[in-house]
Design a protein around this ligand. Structure first.
Ligand code: 6PG
Length: 233
């Protein structure tokens, strides 16, 4: 597995990241006639999604999933679904049939069972992820038991909202392309630690354990987040 690093100036990062994602989605459609995208949550992706909404995408051939969701109603301010609807799915007019929301309002076990059903067995084509300051990704935290191979699991977050639904490491690493969207100097130290864990083969943090079994791993970074990465030889 090769880690593909793309580092952009902060003021160009959202635009360049959106262009890269549009290309990956278009390539998947060209190769297989459709594209399953799993969206990242949190705050970082929002400006990228807003720009992706203006890209020339064959929207009818894209199915939208999530990497994780908070256990809140879909109209809650902290809902990852609500953020994606506002920034991307409503602007592109995504059809209801193509949007596969994690139903965070259900009890955890019910939400997990529902999403296992929605996700099916096919791999995600383009898996979008962020990284938290503790090295978590999706809702897989350093405290999360990741020993199983569940494709979807309920987890507890140290930051509110506490109850989460997340794709498991197996489903993430089965993706054809995994793309991390990481920006800001606040992530630089942890990102360097994650990078070191990957390159030394000693992955412990969740973000370091994202190493696709067959797919590509791409980090779309701004120069601030990449600030502590060793200059590549
Ligand atoms: C979530 C996300 C989570 C996020 C990181 C980074 O539900 O919070 O899926 O994994 O990507 O916490 O969050 P920021 O982009 O807000 O820093």
């Amino acid at each position: 597995m090769t880690l593909e690093l793309c580092i952009f100036d902060p003021d160009a990062w959202a635009e360049r990241s959106a262009a890269a994602l549009a290309g990956l989605i278009t390539d998947a459609i060209a190769a297989r006639g459709s594209c399953r995208v799993a969206l990242a949550g949190g705050g970082t992706p929002a400006p990228v999604y807003q720009r992706l909404a203006t890209a020339d995408l064959d929207v009818a051939k894209v199915r939208w999933f999530w990497g994780d969701e908070r256990a809140v109603p879909p109209d809650d301010d902290s809902s990852n679904y609500a953020m994606a609807r506002r920034t991307l799915l409503d602007p592109i007019g995504a059809s209801f049939d193509n949007v596969h929301r994690m139903r965070g309002e259900l009890a955890p076990d019910a939400a997990v069972a529902d999403y296992v059903e929605q996700l099916g067995e096919a791999p995600i084509d383009v898996m979008l992820l962020g990284m938290g300051g503790d090295g978590h990704t999706a809702s897989l935290f350093p405290s999360t038991d990741m020993s199983g191979d569940a494709r979807v699991l309920a987890t507890r977050s140290p930051k509110p909202p506490p109850q989460r639904i997340s794709l498991g490491l197996r489903a993430i690493n089965e993706a054809r392309v995994v793309v991390f969207l990481i920006a800001g100097a606040g992530k630089a130290a942890r990102l360097a630690q994650v990078h070191g864990q990957i390159t030394s083969g000693a992955a412990v943090l969740p973000a370091a354990r994202v190493q696709p079994t067959r797919g590509r791993l791409i980090w779309l970074l701004d120069t601030a987040a990449a600030g502590n990465l060793e200059e590549s030889p």
